[in-house]
Design a binder for this molecule. Structure first.
Ligand SMILES: [Zn+2]
Length: 262
């Protein structure tokens, strides 16, 4: 299994980050891509990945749409430098979040468009966040000069139109424990069989989105990469596939997409 989205440097892991990683490896997670969500966090994620488990940990570098309003004047140069770190395998997290609009939409759009241009300039894949913004996300992607290195819409939660739009653009789709949520995940469970197997990847988005089908433990609502199998379990059931085969296929996709060597 490969977990393509973990907020591993989140404060919720400060007390036991090494144990969280040990449990992930024990559970059969082979590789984790740490999500970078702002400049300092992306720098720390790349450094952590390079220091702790090179080959098994890598990182993305980007500015989350929530943080777009706080991007400093020289953010693009600084991000480009970060993207040259050997542990960085994708540009992002970037995208649009019109659900909460923590940053004004015009800031989100400007910063997202720059990320697409940077990814195309560097030949790196793009790690995209879309919350209630699929039409605008697709428009920005379609306007990008080139994204032949690949785009993954992580934590996909959109409807059938959004899925069709992304597949038309050649995007990959990342599925989280959202699909395990009895109420919120209903639409996604119905759509899951429509995602081509070779476009599919899985992620926990830990410490967020703990799969509802995972057994209770002392960590309460906190999610961790060791629970990735619960996402795969639900996704496989929706698609009528064997969990092991789906785990292997999504791991292969992640290796290809992020050009992982291990
Ligand atoms: Zn996200």
């Amino acid at each position: 299994m490969i977990d393509i989205g973990v907020n591993l440097l989140h404060g919720q892991f400060d007390g036991d980050r090494d144990e969280v990683l040990a449990r992930a490896w024990d559970a059969g997670v082979e590789h984790i891509v740490i999500t970078g969500t702002e400049l300092d966090g992306s720098r720390d994620a790349a450094a952590f990945a390079g220091r702790h488990a090179p080959g098994r940990l890598s990182a993305t570098a980007g500015i989350h749409p929530h943080d777009a309003r706080n991007a400093p004047g020289d953010w693009l140069d600084r991000l480009e430098a970060l993207c040259r770190h050997e542990a960085v395998v994708a540009v992002g997290e970037t995208g649009l979040d019109f659900n909460r609009n923590f940053s004004p939409p015009e800031d989100q759009l400007r910063v997202f468009a720059e990320h697409t241009r940077l990814a195309s300039r560097l030949g790196l894949p793009l790690f995209v966040h879309d919350r209630e913004a699929s039409g605008s996300v697709a428009e920005v992607l379609a306007a990008a000069a080139d994204f032949s290195a690949g785009v993954v819409v992580h934590c996909f939660t959109g409807d059938g139109d959004a899925l069709a739009r992304y597949l038309d653009l050649g995007c990959w789709v990342g599925i989280t424990g959202w699909i395990c949520d009895e109420r919120r995940g209903r639409g996604l469970r119905a759509l899951a069989p429509e995602i081509p197997l070779d476009r599919l990847m899985v992620e926990t988005d830990a410490p967020f989105l703990r799969p509802g089908n995972a057994p209770r433990d002392r960590h309460g609502r906190r999610n961790e990469p060791a629970l990735l199998s619960w996402v795969i379990e639900t996704l496989a059931a929706c698609r009528g596939e064997a969990p092991d085969a789906l785990a292997a296929a999504t791991a292969d996709n992640a290796r290809r997409f992020f050009r992982l060597t291990a």
